[in-house]
Unconditional design. Structure first.
Length: 262
């Protein structure tokens, strides 16, 4: 105690009779010391939570289909199982998300790619491929049809998300439909708007099978299979091998997505 008083150049204790009591400055020092100890413990907890993936910051980019499939699910998962987390979800088409990932603006991107990019800086995890199907209202002229040929499909307005630039290599399928369809072709990242419109009009929405099943469960829509679109939705989880480091919570997010769609 004498050493502490000497180092601080302040009298911290005084003897009153047989009792050793704190001085006014001594009592203030005890309060301050307790605050410091709480701060140290809080800092240790924060670091341990971050290391275990229970907290931290994560920025995820989701392509059009996975914006619908994953956004609410990820928020619910993190609220239920993790501590204080800053989750940022960005949406966009594949080409935009890939550019953001390579620019270190994202930790993780989940999007469709016809084939894996050759960039050695990317770490790629394949998810389950999905057939491209059509979504139409119950009383649509194509309702109940199987293997609808392109010739029949092109008689109706068609909607889908912008295909990645890689798909332009194909002369059939989505690329061929866009080139040869004499009717209306709508391109947007907003599948919800397409599904709502398909429920009321002759619009045929083209989308991955797993997403179509979400809409048929909640809307008066049904799935038609297509004969002339050989491409499948090829979703992938992409992260940077170098560049923006993946926080520990990032691996937990990847594991969760793989458990759902791997």
């Amino acid at each position: 105690m004498q050493t502490l008083e000497y180092d601080l150049d302040a009298k911290l204790f005084e003897r009153i009779g047989r009792r050793l009591c704190l001085t006014d400055i001594g009592e203030e020092l005890v309060v301050s010391g307790k605050q410091i100890l709480r701060s140290v413990r809080d800092t240790e907890d924060m670091v341990n939570n971050w290391r275990s993936g229970a907290s931290g910051r994560i920025t995820i980019g989701l392509g059009p289909a996975y914006t619908v499939l994953l956004s609410a699910n990820l928020v619910e998962k993190i609220l239920a199982e993790h501590g204080p987390v800053r989750l940022q979800i960005e949406t966009g088409d594949t080409d935009a998300l890939l550019a953001k990932l390579l620019n270190d603006d994202l930790h993780i991107a989940v999007c469709d790619l016809a084939y894996a990019p050759s960039d050695p800086d990317l770490s790629i995890t394949d998810l389950q491929p999905q057939s491209i199907v059509g979504l139409v209202r119950k009383n649509h002229n194509l309702a109940g049809r199987r293997s609808v040929p392109m010739e029949d499909l092109s008689k109706f307005p068609v909607a889908h998300s912008p295909a990645p630039a890689q798909f332009t290599d194909f002369s059939v399928g989505l690329a061929g439909l866009n080139q040869n369809n004499q009717g209306t072709v709508c391109l947007s990242n907003n599948y919800d708007a397409f599904a709502q419109t398909s429920e009321k009009t002759d619009l045929v929405t083209l989308l991955p099978q797993n997403l179509a099943e979400i809409y048929t469960a909640t809307r008066e829509l049904e799935i038609i299979t297509l004969a002339d679109i050989p491409q499948k939705s090829s979703p992938k989880i992409l992260t940077r091998g170098r560049g923006k480091p993946l926080p520990p919570i990032g691996q937990k997010v990847i594991d969760h997505i793989q458990a759902l769609y791997g």
